[in-house]
Write a protein that binds this ligand. Sequence first.
Ligand SMILES: NC(=O)c1ccc[n+]([C@@H]2O[C@H](COP(=O)([O-])OP(=O)(O)OC[C@H]3O[C@@H](n4cnc5c(N)ncnc54)[C@H](OP(=O)(O)O)[C@@H]3O)[C@@H](O)[C@H]2O)c1
Length: 337
Amino acid sequence: MRAYLARYGGGLESLCMQDVDDPGCGAGHVLVDVRAVSLNFRDIMILRGRYPLPVRDTLVPCCDGAGEVVAIGEGVTDPALGDRVMLSVFPRWIGGPFRFDRADQIGGSLNGTLAERISVDADGLAHIPEHLSYEEAAALPCAALTAWNALTGGERLLPGSTVLTMGSGGVSLAALQFAKLLGACVVATTSSDRRAAVLRALGADEVINYRKQPQWAGAVRSCTGGQGCDVIVELGGTGTLEQSMQCLKPDGTLALVGSLAAQPDTLDPALLAGVFRMRRIAVGNVLQFHEMARAVDAHRLRPVIDRVFNFTEAPSAFEYFLNRDAIGKVIIVKDVA
Ligand SMILES: NC(=O)c1ccc[n+]([C@@H]2O[C@H](COP(=O)([O-])OP(=O)(O)OC[C@H]3O[C@@H](n4cnc5c(N)ncnc54)[C@H](OP(=O)(O)O)[C@@H]3O)[C@@H](O)[C@H]2O)c1
């Protein structure tokens, strides 16, 4: 079969398509014919050699994938042959809190989805909601589950709560959609008017342009009547953390997801004396994956897709993703119609 291989830290130059042996399908596993893959910032971190969890030296990259079950290993009762499935990023982390001994991940310590077929733990799969295409399903496992975990994995998010999302990347768009679905008010920050319009169309109640208003925490406080936010889906890291803490409600939750704007030595240590809960997010477990899929199914929610590339164009898809111009997920499919 055809698969892309890349080297950990080898950059985009190391990504090349090769003919490799079909992975087969052992006990407890199923063989999935991969129809669509989506890109995430963690795939770039792996190519740059800056990923916090163990990664193979040479690997099939990408953790997001959706496809059809084409073979079933011994002992597997679900899914069945022909089922449409999407893959959980951490197939061996079934439930409970994150554990390093269950942290094997697709497109990291395990081979990834940028191949024609992949053999995966049957337990780490979810059925694709009927209304979604393979492309849409492939957009969900990493970014959307991370957003779902950030919003629902800690304190209960009540209707009428206020959530702050940052930017218009994959995690933030999903967080906005889920927060609205859960009845929350959403304040979103972004870098441009074009992106602001997309955020508003998805239901953001307030949008703040952080380029025009670099001290955006004050704007967040004032548009929440001085109260601040109940939950912040933090993506900037040390570059935004200080302002996030300034606009988090006392007893609010800061879900620490990413560090896109990381800067050394920017945090006022006095802020750490505040009263809040900080949760470090690691995508989510298989049970949360099923929970999220049920919510997507029940509300006929559709992830935002920016552009679809063909399998042979995967390096161009990575370049496009790296340009950071996309609004929504960048997808790679086996065959573009
Ligand atoms: N902990 C986990 O389990 C987990 C899982 C998934 C992702 N992540 C992390 O979460 C982050 C986002 O992932 P993603 O897949 O959503 O990435 P992405 O799709 O590449 O998101 C990029 C978007 O983030 C915004 N952004 C970029 N630089 C920013 C900055 N300096 N300050 C504020 N916003 C900025 C931009 O939107 P605007 O132009 O609209 O501002 C940009 O379009 C990454 O750091 C990723 O590694 C963590």
